[in-house]
Design a protein around this ligand. Sequence first.
Ligand code: BGC
Length: 774
Amino acid sequence: MTLDQTAPAPTPAIAPGAPFDVEHVLASLTLEEKASLLSGLDFWHTQPIERDGSTLVPSVMVTDGPHGLRKQDESADHLGLGGSVPATCFPTAAALGSSWDVDLLRRVGEALGRETRANDVAVLLGPGVNIKRSPLCGRNFEYFSEDPVVAGDLGAALVEGIQSQGVGTSLKHFAANNQEADRMRVSADVDERTLREIYLPAFERVVTTAQPWTVMCAYNKVNGAYASQHDWLLTTVLRDEWGFDGLVVSDWGAVRDRVAGVAAGLDLEMPSSGGRTDAEVVAAVRAGELDEALVDAGARRVLRLVARSLPAAEAPGSFDVEDHHALAREAAAAGTVLLKNEPVGTASGRAPLLPLADVSDVAVVGELARTPRYQGAGSSQVNPTRLDDALTTLREAAGADVPFAPGYTLAEGPDDDRPVETLVAEAVETARGAGTVLVFLGLPAAYESEGYDRDHLDLPADQVALLAAVAAVNPRVVVVLAGGSAISVAGWQDAVPALLTGWLGGQAGGSAVVDVLTGAVAPSGRLTETLPLRLEDTPAYGNFPGELGHVRYGEGLLVGYRWYDARKVDVAYPFGHGLTYTTFAYDEAAAEVTGAGASARVRVAVRVTNTGAVAGAEVVQVYVGDPQAQVQRPERELKAFAKVVLQPAESRVVTLDLDSRDLSYWHPVLRRWVLEGGEFRVGVGASSRDLRAELAVDVTGEDVTLPLHELSTLGEALAHPVAAAAIRPALEASPIDPTMLAMATDMPLAVIADFGLAGFDRAALAQLVAAANA
Ligand code: BGC
């Protein structure tokens, strides 16, 4: 039978309650029908297949994501322009990530899953686990961290939670989508080791531990090939190496060559191409340019997605708006990071300003207290079920009318055409005599968004000037920051004793930050990204956002704290930092090694004690360094963390396990993970720059021997166990003295042979190479 004679086999419509048999349905489809499954029906749905007046393959809906549901009923766009159904706007990933709390993320995921299911949506398009390569990336608020372990563990917890409700997720944007500038064309030029160690592991962790139903490919190119047609990424790495068994969907509009995409493993193109690319796929098969088996593979994965989503579609369930709002508030408080809380003079001595002893003598300055910025712009923009602002919550807590002055205007705030001087003068008068002044500052909405990047890290100048004027009349200032990514604090933070950030905390971010200010909730967030002193200090500076279609990842592995640590650069606040209202002591740190090679394990244990007067949570962080490795490695890398809640005086031994992969590096020549034996340094502490214990452990791994070839250097040959034994006697008999030996160390063996320097010629060298590699 030739392809164009393919006729549908008679397949009965799916009887209600009958299982949807993927293979049975697939076998009955024509080539055209199979190709039609590989692209969307419209903006948000997959294509259905009708037979004889009934539905053979139902259509399913997928929609954004990641921190709330953006289900559009009437309009359709991927830029957050049109309206969407009300849904809980949970904290953005910047805030959720700062909680370092996998259990919390699982619970938030469950709530997101319930809302997705209740709205008859099959897949929530998230989470995003791209690495924050530069604080300038306009979409950093949608990502968790500059570190792959944090992004991977938290992303996996969110996926598990969402999928526990019978709906799917879309892990995005795969891969190396670390900027918005030119995002639909730019080539991220990044070496394999850096990809393997920094940009891919979060995806790997989520795929291998939580099996998301779908993975969304990125818009950009990776080393010259579009992610949407990147065979190595979509098939070799994702499916063959990591065992991904779900569907790959394109980012919206990311497909350039649909046929190449099908061949590379891109199953579903979104949104609809109006049938154009379906016809291209059919034509390519008919012309013998595309194997129909690849079309079958993609269609099968779409059918499997449909099959997986049917049980939830039949029983959508419901959710409790108030419960989810309360969870959003808990999560936003958990992600709030107290950066600084220094003692100031009071009537009874010196004490930190936070928690607020008394809300009745507080004054509030800053429009953001009244008009909260709680999420970012673009495809993730949610229509919240409720919206809390800090000012109203504070007034409720005080049971009185807390004085307030906006101090500056925001485009998204109420109309106020009074001159800036009047606004500042009013704020100064409001702040002057107050017991404590809470100054709400942050990035206006226009500063950061999907679709474009920032070009500086600063607050608006009018906000900085306002702060200076307020701090001049009242030193008891607490700054509350809002923003989805690192903000420069260097120019003004010395003027204030207390500083915290609630990031973009979702619809309950305003009330959550008040919970932290009053001490109703102890702050427990930690930075998942370094706060640098200057843009010029940041790792990608000079290589961001690239030019002429390319962005060079010139900093390589040294992303985030890895960079600042390697260069010993001062930062405003280090990765992992965050204070609370108590303090913790670490002691009895110990590390125990078991096994060797692939089965090597290091169990790190440390006793943590709450040494203060109130309960609090500590995030215990374990960093690994490998100073003896043959390749350069970052000074220290986070490999495990655990959040523990301790009552006053309570003490607990926290145990964290490392496996061989946690000690390994990606070998650029051998192109595999290598655990090189030797001494490792294990640091345990409260931030990347607050290590409370450093332990040395010996781990038995492999002795890395590289294949020898004629252009290996003399030095490499002398480090090779077989070659060294053969070469040494020849060297000893040769006229090479120690000075010449130093010069010859970096000389290729072929050149040494040609010069007759070490008693072997090309023929002997060929034999030596063969013996060494045997
Ligand atoms: C974004 C994705 C989003 C999609 C659908 C794209 O512009 O990059 O993250 O899921 O639109 O709205």
